[in-house]
Design a protein around this ligand. Structure first.
Ligand code: NAG
Ligand code: NAG
Ligand code: NAG
Ligand code: NAG
Length: 822
């Protein structure tokens, strides 16, 4: 199951039955050099052309509607025609042939017997041959989309049709003058864990990594764009013995009025779009597959490539360069070797170390079982000495399935965000790496016993010494601490504002300048001497946090930068005063728009959808940044600020981390959050996780679509909160009624319904049922079918006997900053 259990159905974009004669070629007709076939709508044309500086003639299909020649298909394998004597026609037996005088230079290979065939150039650019009356794509005798040349058009598929054994790959032209197959191709290799490679001749030059259920392991998350997307489709058929019948990659247009095509040439894979105003092709997205870390196996076996590192290649933890000398001259091809060799045979001598954020290694030598879990996968890998690594074959949700790698691991890279976990076999002698392992724990236990005994014997002795030492040390510590803070402030790497600047900017924290009051203290608007506007957050003194911890956290937060997060400009520390200075957001917070009847009209649906995407991206960044995973814990409409272009920026992130104090275990006594946005397990038990943030995101999403706060609403004779109301309408299949009347006109119904669906998935009662932000972004950007949501967490009912929370429900605007949740 796993990766193949969900099946993405791609509708054929082919236009069936075309009856315009200009697009058709029948048995009795032919096309000579001076004639062409034109598709029904006039988009594509088929005929003979002369490429570049060549003097020869070739058969091809090109865009007719644009003035620049852009050939999208040629029949690979056909010989060039020396003069204008080329002819495209049917043979007596009905075979479509390209002839020069009486020599056949190319002919179509049919899938079945021809009966009165007709060749048609469809509006998709697909040139098909079909029997009269058989118009279904499955029935075609032949189609040019099955034999791609260097261009992938929307509706075309690359990959394998496993029933017919048809392989469709993209192959560059030899040169702009010679449209015969060149060296570069984009192919799907049917490894046990299949993956796409960019080949140069026989050599792999790039790979995007296997499909892991959510994305290609080697591509950093693709930003959804409004024009096109790529889709990976795996179709299974239980009746067919090997089960999988199709694995394909295709380009799907979201905006069908734009011309988009993917081409391969000179070792590059480019997505181009036609820009009407410029009358030229523009490379729309070239970001993937072209950065240096994507060069195949650049860092050798067990090497890890980091675009931000210098040099680029690093050995994985626990490994060292095979040849230090070569490595130092930036020849990394020799790769890395283990510092401690594997022992394999002796049980418990080998263990697995988890590496995170990786592009998984080349899958040529892999083995997959979609039906076993990670634990079984681990033990199976452990029991085979040549198994070097394993991980989930599908990372959807909690992850499922098993993939194991045999032999050396090559072509990995490190991602700052995204990437995957990989468990690599190591000798357990790497004690610094293999913590948490069984052998390790046993080892530890022995150590503890020895330590306890020793301690008991020498305890009394030490105690006396310790007391004396402590007295002296206290004195030393105090002055050391001061120096320490000073030093830390110096390398804070961020502007330090002095208190005078801040008081001047905010009119001495005048109440007229106060623009909000968050859980951690009031926020003021300020203006610096140079005219720059700032937002000043004055942290309440009662936070009870030490200065050193504060500085450490601020340092971390300063590094967290993303276009959908409010930027920290600097801070001010003076005595007990701790102040954070942020960029000022002209348009204030999202709640002031969506919950306001008048201002609500201003945010139409496309704007709202962009805001949703922006917030999702910001939150994903917080959750996935490898340096510090930040759980926001107080995501809500008033914490989403809008800049001058109405781009959303999440504020107050990292605050909970910086001021929560005791929340390192994911369980806290101090519940920070806002009623109405809190996940049940967090509000009731103080348990928080990325999934409690997902819950808050779900509420926010619903509020943006509905224009209503998550507060009690009447539905029939019941009083429900927004989530409950949404759930009722969803069950009644009346979810459309939820959409804010302010956006009814501008609304893309399918998008809005999809948002409601996603929000219900986010607010499900059990955290494990809720999707991660990664999959939420995927869901927002695709039209793939979603699972049905289970009942949401209606927590007001469950905690109604808790006095504290009852009080709060009277004033739902209040942020709850100090509440004993248990
Ligand atoms: C095709 O036939 C014409 C006339 O019969 C002849 O002149 C020409 O050389 C032929 N072309 C080729 C490539 O054989
Ligand atoms: C591309 O596909 C064709 C068959 O469709 C095959 O002959 C060719 O070898 C493939 N190219 C590569 C590089 O695998
Ligand atoms: C599709 O693209 C065209 C041309 O760029 C643009 O004018 C149109 O607004 C787009 N349509 C949608 C629904 O985005
Ligand atoms: C280990 O796995 C490889 C690859 O599947 C297999 O060829 C080999 O026989 C296995 N070895 C053992 C001892 O099971």
């Amino acid at each position: 199951m796993g990766m193949f259990s969900f099946m993405i159905i791609v509708a054929y974009m082919l236009v069936p039955a075309l009856k315009i004669s200009a697009a058709n070629l029948t048995m009795s007709q032919s096309i000579i050099d001076s004639e062409t076939l034109v598709s029904n709508s006039g988009q594509f044309e088929l005929g003979f052309f002369t490429p570049g500086n060549s003097t020869k003639r070739y058969l091809g299909i090109w865009y007719k509607i644009i003035p620049v020649e852009r050939v999208v298909w040629v029949p690979y394998g056909a010989n060039a025609i020396n003069d204008s004597s080329g002819i495209l026609a049917f043979s007596k037996t009905g075979n479509l042939e390209l002839r020069q005088n009486d020599t056949v230079v190319w002919s179509a290979t049919y899938r079945k017997q021809a009966r009165n065939p007709v060749a048609v150039l469809l509006d998709s650019g697909n040139f098909v041959v079909r029997n009269e009356g058989e118009t279904e794509p499955d029935e075609y005798l032949w189609q040019s989309f099955d034999y791609p040349s260097d261009t992938l058009l929307p509706g075309m598929k690359l990959g394998w049709d496993l029933r017919t054994g048809l392989e469709r790959n993209l192959t560059s032209w030899k040169s702009p003058d010679d449209p015969s197959p060149g060296d570069d191709s984009w192919v799907l290799r049917l490894n046990n864990y299949p993956e796409f490679y960019l080949m140069q001749g026989k050599h792999k030059s790039n790979r995007i990594g296997p499909w892991n259920g959510l994305f290609f392991s080697g591509l950093s998350l693709q930003k959804p764009n409004p024009i096109y997307k790529f889709e990976y489709v795996v179709k299974s058929d239980v009746l067919y013995a090997p089960n999988k019948v199709e694995m394909s990659y295709s380009l799907v247009l979201k905006n069908t009025s734009v011309l988009v095509a993917v081409t391969i040439s000179k070792g590059r894979f480019r997505t181009r779009r036609w820009v009407e105003t410029a009358q030229s092709w523009e490379t729309y997205d070239e970001s993937n597959l072209n950065d240096i870390c994507d060069m195949y196996a650049l860092c050798g076996a067990y090497g890890n490539c980091l675009t931000t590192a210098s040099p680029l290649c690093l050995c994985l933890k626990g490994f060292s360069p095979n040849s230090r000398q070569e490595w130092n001259t930036m020849d990394w091809s020799g790769g890395c070797i283990r510092k401690k060799p594997l022992s394999c045979k002796e049980f418990y001598k080998d263990e697995f170390v988890k590496y995170v954020g990786l592009k998984v290694p080349d899958t040529t030598h892999t083995w997959v079982d979609e039906n076993i879990d990670l634990d079984d996968c681990r033990s199976r890998c452990l029991s085979n000495c040549s198994c070097m690594a394993f991980t989930n074959s599908d990372i959807n949700g909690p992850g499922s399935g098993c993939v194991m790698w045999f032999g050396d691991l090559v072509d990995m890279r490190q991602f700052e965000t995204g990437g995957q976990d990989l468990y690599i076999r190591m000798s357990s002698a790497n004690s610094d790496l293999t913590t948490n392992t069984r052998a390790q724990q046993r080892h530890k236990r022995v150590k503890i016993i020895i330590a306890t005994t020793t301690a008991a014997i020498s305890g009394i002795l030490f105690f006396c010494i310790f007391v004396m030492y402590r007295v002296r040390r206290n004195i030393a510590e105090k002055s050391e601490k001061k120096d320490n803070i000073k030093r830390q402030l110096e390398d804070l790497d961020m502007p330090l504002f002095d208190l005078f600047t801040i008081t001047t900017a905010t009119n001495n924290f005048s109440s007229n300048n106060m623009i909000g009051k968050g859980g951690f203290g009031p926020v003021y608007k300020g203006k610096l001497a140079d005219g720059q506007e700032i937002a000043v957050k004055r942290l309440s003194r009662s936070s009870g946090q030490g200065m050193t911890e504060f500085i450490t956290e601020v340092k971390l937060i300063a590094k967290v930068q993303h276009r959908n997060l409010v930027k920290l400009l600097g801070c001010c520390i003076r005595g007990e005063e701790k102040i954070l200075v942020y960029e000022y957001m002209v348009n204030g917070s999202l709640d002031s728009f969506i919950f306001d009847e008048q201002k609500g009209k201003f945010l139409d649906w496309p704007m709202r959808f962009q805001i949703i995407l922006g917030v999702a991206r910001g939150l994903l960044y917080l959750h996935q940044d490898s340096r510090l995973r930040i759980i926001h814990r107080d995501l809500k409409a008033s914490n989403v600020l809008l800049d001058e272009n109405l781009n959303p920026k999440i504020s107050d992130f990292g605050m909970a981390r910086a001021f929560g104090g005791d929340q390192t275990e994911g369980n806290t006594n101090r519940v920070v959050g806002t009623f109405g946005y809190m996940a049940p397990e967090y509000a009731v038990h103080g348990l928080f996780s990325i999934k409690s943030d997902v819950f808050s995101f779900g509420i926010l999403l619903l509020e943006i679509v509905c224009g209503n706060k998550n507060r009690p609403l009447c539905h029939g004779n019941q009083t429900l909160n927004l989530v409950g109301y949404a759930w009722e309408l969803w069950k009644e299949k009346n979810a459309l009624d939820l959409i804010d009347s302010n956006v009814k006109d501008s609304c893309v119904i399918t998008e809005a319904l999809r948002c409601i669906h996603i929000s219900l998935l986010c607010v499900q009662q059990y955290p494990e049922d809720r999707p991660t932000m990664t999959s939420i972004i995927q869901m927002l950007g695709s039209e793939r079918e979603l699972v049905e949501p289970k009942e949401p967490g209606f927590f007001p009912k469950r905690i109604s006997n808790d006095e504290n929370l009852n009080k709060m429900s009277m004033n739902e605007e209040l942020s709850i900053t100090s509440l004993n949740g248990r």
